[in-house]
Design a protein around this ligand. Structure first.
Ligand SMILES: N[C@@H](CCC(=O)N[C@@H](CS)C(=O)NCC(=O)O)C(=O)O
Length: 236
């Protein structure tokens, strides 16, 4: 499979289900980049993959010189920086720093607590903890958004950018989960914060996010199986 790649292009290693790969694909779609896409079966990784990327996680991105970089936030930033003409990275040094902060904040706090909840789904009190923790983080995210721009819809305002490429894949999944497994639960923080509500809606609607997403039903089936979460009425 690798031998057939066109080495004059970027090569992304990934899999359809992976939200981290989704980040890279959103960035590449926004950049309008032409790239090879090689699917890695993470349950049965090919031997050769450790020569490409010794950490053997996905995503990894190889450039035309054969150099590979991994870690989805790093990959997304590389793509945004590489395709400068698309203005996916702010010209302003502090806005670039706050964008990195937001990407890491969402990754560690919001996605971290969301995944913790999935693992503990059937544990008593897990939903209460999820609501408490997530709402607190989401109020913080709202403050970050307002510090960037009072008006949206995106992190920096009108322009979709690097932070959005990293946050959107996790927002789309979490909102589907709330809708389908938690009877349409809406976070208080989102209901009370118009800037945040507009932000989430705009991320989910963004064509680069939609066209690189593997689909609501596929996500529901995957999450149900992986975390053993089944709910009456949810068609998996
Ligand atoms: N921190 C990494 C996480 C990537 C990650 O965990 N990817 C999963 C697939 S969604 C993976 O590679 N799993 C296989 C493994 O951990 O060996 C990133 O942001 O890129």
């Amino acid at each position: 499979m690798t031998t057939n790649t066109d080495k004059s292009k970027l090569t992304l290693y990934g899999a359809v289900y992976c939200p981290f790969v989704h980040r890279a694909r959103v960035a590449l779609a926004e950049a309008d980049a032409d790239y090879n896409y090689i699917i890695i079966d993470t349950k049965n990784k090919p031997e050769w993959y450790k020569d490409v990327y010794p950490e053997t996680k996905i995503p990894a991105l190889t450039d035309e010189s054969g150099t590979t970089v991994g870690e989805s936030i790093v990959v997304a930033e590389y793509v945004c920086e590489r395709f400068k003409e698309k203005n996916l990275l702010s010209q302003n040094v502090m806005k670039r720093a706050t964008s990195r902060f937001a990407a890491n904040f969402y990754n560690e706090k919001i996605s971290g607590d969301y995944h913790k909840f999935l693992y503990n789904f059937s544990t008593e009190g897990a939903f209460e903890t999820y609501k408490k923790e997530l709402n607190a983080h989401l109020y913080r995210l709202n403050r970050l958004l307002l510090e960037q721009s009072f008006t949206g819809p995106y992190f920096l305002g009108e322009q979709f950018s690097f932070a959005d490429t990293t946050i959107a894949p996790f927002v789309i999944r979490m909102l589907i989960f709330n809708r389908r497994f938690l009877d349409g639960y809406e976070f208080e923080a989102v209901k009370q914060s118009p800037r945040l509500a507009e932000y989430f809606a705009a991320l989910v609607d963004r064509p680069s996010v939609q066209t690189t997403f593997f689909g609501e039903e596929a996500y529901i089936a995957m999450v149900g199986t992986r975390f053993n979460i089944w709910k009456k009425g949810v068609n998996v």
